[in-house]
Design a protein around this ligand. Structure first.
Ligand code: PHB
Length: 388
C-alpha cells in the first residue's frame, strides 16, 4: 500500500509560514511583582519596582530576547494575606517568575509557596534568614541580603569603636530579631555585651516608653532595626528625646536609607552598615545613579539597587537559555556562575543563593549615606540549615 501525501504543497507552505510566525511571537515573560504599595514600606516597594524596570529598559525592554509583561500585587506588608496574595500570581496569573518582597514575614510565605509550586522567586529585599537557610531551594534567589549580614557587620564596627554595653531596639518580627542577633554575635565576639533587647510589634511607632528606658539604662550605644516610614519617625523621636547627644544610635543602614529627607538634622552623623552607600565612585554606580535620577526625578537608594539587581539576576539566567524558561536548571546554573555587576560593587551568589558581598560603613552627611570604609569584605551568610 502506498501512503498518500496528506498535505498539498500550498497547505504545507502555509503551515511553515505559520510556524515561523509563532516563533517570532514568543510570548512575553510574565513577571509577577509582589511588593508593598501601601503601608510603612510603600516607598521601598516603589523603589524596587523602579530599579527593576530601569534595568529592563537599559536592555531595550527585553531580557533574554523576551518582552516583559508585569502582573502586580500590593502585599501591604501583611503576612496574614501573603499566601493568598502570592497565589494570585502563581495560580491565577501563572507567572514565569515572582519578584518580591520587602517584608520578611510576607517573604517567608512566598518562599513556601514558591518551593511547593516550583515557581522561580527572586527576593529583592526581605532578609529572612530562613529563605537562604532551612527554606533554601534551587528556584529561590536573593538580590539583597540576609538579615544576619548587616547586623553582623554593625556588631564588628561597634566592637571596634570600643562600645561595651549596647541595647537593641526593633520591630519584633524576623527582620528585627535576626538583625539584632547578627549584631549580638559579632559585638559579643568583639568583647561587648548586649544588655537588653527592646521591641514593639510591626509596624507600631509608639517609641516613647522604650526611649525612656534607654535614657534610664545609659548604654554606650543603641542598635536599631527600623525601615521606611517607621525609621523616619524613630530617628526623629530619638533626637527629640535628647538621646542623640549622649548615646550613639547605630543600626543596619535601613535606618537611614531612603528616609534622609524626612529625618533631616536628626540623622546627621549617624553611622550604619549596609551593602550599599551613596558615594560609591565607580562608573557602574555613577551611571546607575544618574539614569535613575533622570528617569524618576529622585535619588536611588539601596532598595532601587536591589530591584535593579533582581532584574540582572533574572537576565543572567534568561540570556544563558535564550529566553527558554523551560531550561530551568541551565538558568539557575548560569545565575550561580554570574558575577553580578551591581551599583553596590560586583557580587556572586552563595550555594544557598544569597549575595556574598562587602558591607560598607556609612555616615550620614546632608542627604547622603556616605561611604567611609568597609566593615566586612565579602561577607557570606552562614546559611545555617540550608541543604541543597
Ligand atoms: C525585612 O522585613 O526583611 C526588611 C524590611 C525592610 C528593610 C529591611 C528588611 O529595610
Amino acid at each position: 500500500m502506498t501512503l498518500k501525501p496528506t498535505l498539498t504543497a500550498a497547505a504545507l507552505a502555509a503551515l511553515v509560514a505559520l510556524a515561523g510566525n509563532t516563533q517570532a511571537q514568543t510570548p512575553p515573560l510574565k513577571v509577577g511583582l509582589m511588593l508593598p504599595a501601601t503601608g510603612t514600606f510603600a516607598a521601598l516597594g516603589e523603589a524596587i519596582e523602579k530599579g527593576f524596570k530601569l534595568y529592563v529598559e537599559e536592555q531595550g525592554g527585553k531580557l533574554g530576547g523576551r518582552e516583559i509583561q508585569y502582573f502586580k500585587v500590593d502585599d501591604e506588608s501583611d503576612p496574614s494575606k501573603a499566601t493568598d496574595n502570592v497565589n494570585k500570581l502563581i495560580k491565577r496569573d501563572q507567572v514565569d517568575v515572582i519578584v518580591g518582597t520587602v517584608h520578611s514575614g510576607v517573604a517567608l510565605a512566598m518562599a513556601r509557596a514558591a518551593k511547593e509550586s516550583n515557581t522561580l522567586l527572586i527576593v529583592p529585599n526581605a532578609g529572612a534568614d530562613a529563605i537562604t537557610g532551612p527554606l533554601c531551594a534551587p528556584n529561590i534567589l536573593r538580590s539583597s541580603f540576609s538579615n544576619w549580614q548587616p547586623g553582623y557587620a554593625m556588631g564588628v564596627v561597634a566592637a571596634q569603636k570600643g562600645y561595651k554595653r549596647a541595647m537593641t531596639i526593633y520591630w519584633n518580627y524576623a527582620a528585627g530579631q535576626e538583625s539584632a542577633k547578627g549584631f549580638k554575635e559579632a559585638f559579643e565576639k568583639g568583647g561587648g555585651t548586649v544588655i537588653k533587647d527592646l521591641t514593639l510589634p510591626f509596624p507600631n511607632v509608639e517609641f516613647q516608653p522604650l526611649l525612656t528606658e534607654i535614657a534610664a539604662q545609659k548604654p554606650d550605644a543603641v542598635f536599631a532595626f527600623f525601615a521606611g516610614a517607621g525609621a523616619a519617625k524613630f530617628v526623629k523621636d530619638y533626637d527629640a528625646a535628647g538621646l542623640k547627644r549622649s548615646i550613639p544610635l547605630i543600626g543596619s543602614g535601613f535606618l537611614t536609607d531612603g528616609v534622609l529627607e524626612a529625618q533631616g538634622a536628626s540623622a546627621q552623623g549617624m553611622i550604619t552598615t549596609l551593602h550599599y552607600a551613596d558615594g560609591i565612585d565607580t562608573p557602574r554606580n555613577n551611571s546607575f545613579r544618574s539614569k535613575y535620577a533622570v528617569n524618576y526625578k529622585n535619588q536611588p537608594d539601596v532598595y532601587a539597587v536591589q530591584g535593579f539587581d533582581a532584574a540582572q539576576t533574572l537576565a543572567a539566567g534568561l540570556v544563558a537559555v535564550k529566553g527558554d524558561t523551560s531550561k530551568r536548571d541551565a538558568m539557575i546554573a548560569a545565575i550561580r556562575k554570574a558575577n553580578i555587576d551591581s551599583p553596590r560593587g560586583k557580587y556572586t551568589l552563595s550555594a544557598a543563593h544569597n549575595p556574598v558581598q562587602d558591607f560598607y560603613v556609612r555616615e550620614v552627611k546632608g542627604r547622603e549615606n556616605v561611604m567611609t570604609g568597609v566593615a566586612v569584605k565579602v561577607l557570606a551568610d552562614p546559611a545555617r540549615g540550608c541543604k541543597m
